[in-house]
Design a protein around this ligand. Structure first.
Ligand SMILES: *Cc1c(COP(=O)(O)O)cnc(C)c1O
Length: 372
């Protein structure tokens, strides 16, 4: 019997751990006793299993999602003087993956599904445009038919930020497999979350895979022979092993998120709230990394939920183009009105593995009695 706490946190990672506690603990002890801790059998097995799960040829495990993005653009030779198109409403790491390589982000507004508005991409393409970075934000797939057609038409590279879309499909094809490289994060709160930092890229391109494999280990393929100046972005055995345990359960865990989201979509009725819109084409699947509602009176809504013991988060309150880190780009408020409106009104309500039905009902009831 699960003991109900009074507080419903916006996310509760301990619940997810408890669902398969014994398996995680056994794997952890096995790895502690193995005497091998960084880049080993577990990492190799995880790379194979994750590539197979995604339907991709190669997977290279890395230390974080940001590293996956940084090394993806580096492997594609994108840097100084190049432009990369990206949606305005994303986590800042997407943009850092571009700018750390010296390239410039060109922002495009999102559509009503929170992904890049594919109809607004072409007007931003210049001679310098080298790539599009698509973010499947909150676990909702972007319009990949249109995006891939644009990439083909203009000869652009395509990178996918799948940090929030483990298992998301667009027309039955997994996100991460539409373009040159798919980038994943396994940060603990992600749908496939480790118990520390982790990331990976997937690709069909053997050269890209072997280059990124070299970058992650000081630019070395053979020990003490360094071909380029690399980084240390190795995944450790503990994270890889624990990810393998979670991966076995990922489908079930995703279905649990889908059931919670289904209840929210069916049972939240309040004119002051805009519910998220998953894509509903044949084969499309949203994995509900976050369940993001919008409300013009967001502050009042958050306070209302808080007094009822319900935690919320904002993903994300400051869009990258208005953050201090990117002040050098010279973008002012009003530059991306839709992105900025989303930043002012979005609110993520609790959705996590191990959330009880009673807790879900409490969230629904509390939102339904919120008055404008
Ligand atoms: C989490 C996240 C990242 C970064 O992943 P880390 O593993 O934290 O470096 C990048 N992009 C998006 C959209 C994310 O949500």
């Amino acid at each position: 019997m699960m003991t109900e706490k009074k507080q419903i946190m916006s996310n509760d990672l301990g619940r997810g751990f408890n669902l398969h506690k014994k398996e995680y603990e056994e794997k952890a002890i096995e790895i502690l006793r193995s005497g091998w801790y960084v880049l080993g059998k577990e990492v190799e097995a995880f790379e194979q299993e994750w590539a197979a799960h995604c339907g991709s040829r190669y997977c290279v495990a890395l230390n974080s999602g940001l590293d996956a993005l940084i090394l993806a653009f580096r492997a594609l030779g994108i840097g100084e003087g190049d432009e990369v198109i990206v949606q305005g409403n994303t986590y800042i790491a997407s943009v850092m993956g571009i700018t750390i390589n010296g390239a410039s982000p060109i922002f495009v507004e999102p559509d009503e599904h929170y992904s890049i508005d594919a109809d607004k991409i072409e007007e931003k393409i210049t001679k310098r445009t080298k790539a599009i970075l698509v973010v499947h934000l909150y676990g909702i797939p972007a319009r990949m038919d249109k995006v891939t057609a644009i990439c083909q038409k203009y000869g652009l590279r395509l990178v996918e930020d799948c940090a929030q879309s483990h298992g998301t499909t667009y027309g039955t094809k997994m996100t991460g497999t539409f373009g040159d490289i798919g980038c994943f994060s396994f940060y603990p709160s992600k749908n496939l979350g480790a118990f520390g930092d982790g990331g990976a890229i997937i690709t069909e391109n053997g050269k890209v895979a072997s280059d990124i494999r070299m970058f992650r280990n000081y630019g070395s393929k053979k020990r003490y022979q360094n071909e380029v100046i690399g980084v240390n972005s190795r995944l450790d055995e503990m994270q890889a092993g624990l990810l393998r345990v979670k991966l076995k359960h990922l489908e079930k865990l995703t279905q649990e998120r889908e059931r919670i989201a289904e209840r929210y979509l069916n049972e939240i009725h309040n004119d002051a709230i805009i519910l998220p819109m998953p894509r509903t084409g044949p084969g499309d699947r949203t994995v509900w990394h976050q369940f993001v509602i919008r409300c013009k009176k967001r502050k009042a809504l958050i306070d209302h939920l808080m007094t009822r013991g319900i935690g919320t988060l904002i993903h994300y309150p400051i869009p990258p183009h208005l953050s201090e880190a990117y002040s050098y780009l010279g973008h002012c408020k009003g530059f991306l009105p839709i992105t900025e409106d989303y930043a002012d009104t979005v609110c993520s309500i609790p959705i996590f593995n191990g959330m009880t039905e009673t807790e879900q009902s409490k969230v629904i009831d509390a939102i339904n009695i919120f008055e404008k």
